[in-house]
Design a protein around this ligand. Structure first.
Ligand SMILES: [Ca+2]
Length: 267
């Protein structure tokens, strides 16, 4: 989701939880999930790009980052080092509003928000190699090569499973915590059997079981400094797992910083 108009439709998960006690507030016919409560701890601050309306963030096997950005006329996909050196960049069609990105094998996909179009590119050169269509809005995307699927978000509580080569939809599932749908699922990150998702406009991240859709952890990232200009659009958005570690990068829309973080038990 690119713009701020939909804010009123979203729910702060933390606020929702504040009124809930485990088990007793869950609907009678739904299970009480075992949810871990974690906190994002900053290990290192790295430079980012205050002009990037960040919508997608992923680390390549060589440790460099793919970044997808939004806004019509400004959207692009670029590759940079963790230290901030930009290695290559391609602009989207100025009519497109770029959204989530993910890499699988030698392909990078970039979604668009309201255009119903995903751009497929060569992961090394970023040259366009094709396009795919999908229904509705495109928000976040992440690849699960071991499951031969791509997970796709549209801002609702539903995630889609798609063919990683064609983005043909195979099915949908609802993300729930203690039986309640969790809406506003935005930028995604697939790690093994888990899908991590930013919750739109909040500093909450959920870890979702990719098979059942149940939330297994709620991660409080409110302690990660947001040094972006004072604009309600400039929220946390961007989570990328660092391969071979238990660490992640977090950033946001027009954030001048990116943070290497770990997720530790809260308290
Ligand atoms: Ca990501």
């Amino acid at each position: 989701m690119g713009r701020f108009e939909a804010l009123s439709a979203t729910v702060c998960l933390a606020a929702l939880l504040a009124g809930c006690s485990p088990a007793t507030d869950a609907p009678a016919d739904s299970p009480s999930d075992s949810v871990e409560y974690l906190t994002a701890r900053v290990e290192e601050r790295l430079p980012f790009d205050a002009s990037s309306f960040t919508q997608g963030l992923e680390v390549a096997p060589d440790g460099n980052l793919y970044v997808g950005t939004g806004m019509e006329g400004e959207s692009r996909l670029y590759v940079r080092t963790p230290a901030g050196e930009e290695l290559r960049s391609v602009d989207l069609d100025p009519l497109f509003f770029g959204e989530g990105i993910t890499r699988i094998d030698d392909t990078v996909w970039e979604l668009t928000w309201l255009n119903g179009t995903a751009i497929r590119r060569n992961a090394a050169t970023l040259e366009e190699t094709g396009r795919a269509s999908y229904d509705g809005e495109g928000w976040g995307v992440c690849a699960r090569p071991d499951a031969d699927e791509v997970i796709f978000s549209d801002g609702s509580a539903e995630l889609r499973r798609m063919d990683p080569r064609t983005l043909e939809e195979r099915g949908r599932f609802t993300v729930t915590m203690n039986g309640r749908p969790v809406s506003g699922l935005n930028e995604l990150e697939c790690v093994g059997g888990d899908v991590y998702a930013n919750i739109f406009t909040t500093t909450d991240i959920v870890r979702i079981d990719a098979e059942t859709g149940r939330v297994t952890a709620l991660i409080d990232a409110s302690g990660v400094p947001n040094n972006a200009a004072d604009d309600p659009n400039n929220v946390l958005n961007g989570i990328a797992h660092i391969p071979g570690t238990d660490e992640f990068y977090l950033t946001g829309k027009r954030w001048p910083d990116m943070y290497r973080v770990t997720f530790a038990p809260a308290g």
